[in-house]
Structure formats: structure tokens, C-alpha cells
Design a protein around this ligand. Structure first.
Ligand SMILES: [Zn+2]
Length: 277
């Protein structure tokens, strides 16, 4: 399994020289298993991925949408493969609690917002409502868990043999009336090779942002510890979080985990980072 991060910024893209190393594009991750391409989310990072897929002559792909907030779908109209008649895309997502997945994608390409309409796209796009708990997409075994976020959002666990990649973005690990409890998250993440989790806030920021559907660095570290994961990646960086600040936070939690004797390693995800499992 190969994982590449094309966007790891939260909320809104940040074309800012103080944030260039960790990257300004919003959520988009490419997961390749046995030459099959799975894309998680269509944030602005999907634009560069699209160019890369065309160069690599990849025309069949699945896209899993965790939820439909702007920063997870906004790059789709700029994803060049959708304009080619050779492209086949399955788009998976669970939106049964609100508007249909197809209508969400079509509406963001309505004439008020974008010059090309969804109905004019040449590619073959198939929408799949994925609201169950377990799927196989192009030989990828995928388990899902509902996160704590203002709208229906899913986290994913992708497994292949004894390697596993857990990706949980836009999730608030909370104790008061959660949709999904801390224990359920611990079970879901158990023994993962990699856990990449939403860490939008510092502890002091979280105090005034409860209920927004995002976690702190410390909450993610605690989840990693109780789940016995091997590696923890900080993700969904706040749009105000500068590179210098992320460097300090990363070091602070590396030191914290070492001092506590935790066995997993910690890193802050950077755009274009790759993981080979
Ligand atoms: Zn988000």
C-alpha cells in the first residue's frame, strides 16, 4: 500500500509563504494498492493529483468522500481527469442524512459558481452511497466509522494483510454526548500501522471551539496511545498554523511521547509526504 498526501490543510486553502512547507492545499490523499487508485476526498490537493494521474496514464479510480464540507470537495471541478472521456470514476460517500451525493457535486458546478456544468463532463462518473460499515473497493478492504462532526462524516481503516492505514479527519474526540465514543475509536484504530488524525487545535484554542468537530494534538496522542498504533500523523492543520509553529508542536509531542515511554512515533503530515506500507 502506498499513501501520498496531496493536501493536509483544514478548512480553507492557504497560499501563504509562512505555510509552504506543510502545504496549503485542503484534504486529498491517494492510496495505491496493487496498481489500483483510491482517492480520499476532493479538497484542493486533487488538482495536482489529477495532473499526475494523467501523466501516469491512470484513468480508472475510486474516490471516497468523508463528507461534503467545502474543504473536502472544492477541488473536484479542477480535477482534470473528469474532462476526459477515457476516465472512469466511482465516487463513494454517505450522505443519506442530507442531500444526495450526486446533487452536492452537481450543485457546486452550477452556473452561479463555475463555468462548466456537471452534465457537460465527459468522464464516466458513478455515484455509490456508502453508508455501511465495511466495503471492498478495488481489492481495498475498507472499514468505516462515523466521526463526531456537525454533519455525517466517516473515518476509514484500509487494511492489506497485516498493514493498516487509519484516516480520521474532521473528528472531535469528546466525552460529552459523542456520536461515537472514545472506546469505539480506540477499537477502530487498534494496532494500526499508521493513524492519521485531525489535530486542528491546540489545547488553549479548543476551549472556545468545542462542538466544531475537530480535535487537539493531545487528544490524538491519547487515542494513539490507547490504540497501540505504530505511527501517528497530525492532519487537518489549522489555516492559521504556520510552518514554524507546526515544527515546534511536532517536537513538543515527540519529546512528550518519548518522556512518557510511548512506543509510537509522531509526525506532522506535510503535503507530498509519502508512506509505503
Ligand atoms: Zn475539513
Amino acid at each position: 500500500m502506498k499513501i501520498k498526501f496531496w493536501g493536509c490543510r483544514g478548512s480553507i486553502p492557504v497560499p501563504d509563504r509562512r505555510m509552504i512547507r506543510y502545504g496549503g492545499n485542503t484534504t486529498c490523499i491517494e492510496v495505491t494498492i496493487d496498481n489500483k487508485t483510491l482517492i480520499i476526498d476532493a479538497g484542493t490537493g486533487i488538482r495536482m493529483l489529477g495532473e499526475d494521474l494523467i501523466n501516469r496514464k491512470i484513468s480508472d479510480m475510486d474516490i471516497f468522500i468523508t463528507h461534503s464540507h467545502w474543504d473536502h470537495i472544492q477541488g473536484f471541478p479542477f480535477f482534470m481527469p473528469i474532462y476526459s472521456g477515457k476516465t472512469n470514476i466511482n465516487i463513494f460517500g454517505c450522505t443519506n442524512s442530507y442531500r444526495q451525493l450526486k446533487s452536492i457535486f452537481a450543485k457546486q458546478m452550477s452556473i452561479e459558481y463555475f463555468p462548466v456544468r456537471f452534465s457537460e463532463l465527459k468522464s464516466n462518473i458513478n455515484f455509490v452511497e456508502a453508508c455501511g460499515s465495511e466495503y471492498t473497493i478495488s481489492n481495498h478492504k475498507i472499514k468505516t466509522i462515523r466521526t463526531n462532526h456537525p454533519i455525517f462524516t466517516v473515518g476509514l481503516r484500509i487494511e492489506k494483510n497485516d498493514k493498516s492505514f487509519v484516516f480520521i479527519t474532521d473528528n472531535e474526540i469528546m466525552d460529552e454526548k459523542p456520536q461515537t465514543s472514545r472506546t469505539e475509536f480506540v477499537n477502530f484504530c487498534k494496532d494500526a500501522t499508521y493513524l492519521v488524525h485531525d489535530t486542528q487545535f491546540k489545547e488553549e484554542e479548543y476551549a472556545t471551539r468545542k462542538g466544531w468537530g475537530h480535535s487537539t494534538f493531545k487528544q490524538a496522542v491519547d487515542l494513539a496511545r490507547y490504540s497501540d498504533v505504530k505511527n501517528l500523523g497530525f492532519f487537518h492543520h489549522d489555516p492559521d498554523r504556520k510552518d514554524s509553529e507546526l515544527d515546534i508542536i511536532e517536537k513538543q509531542f515527540k519529546d512528550y511521547c518519548r518522556d512518557k515511554g510511548y512506543k509510537f512515533s509522531v509526525f506532522a503530515v506535510k503535503e507530498m509526504d509519502e508512506i509505503n506500507l
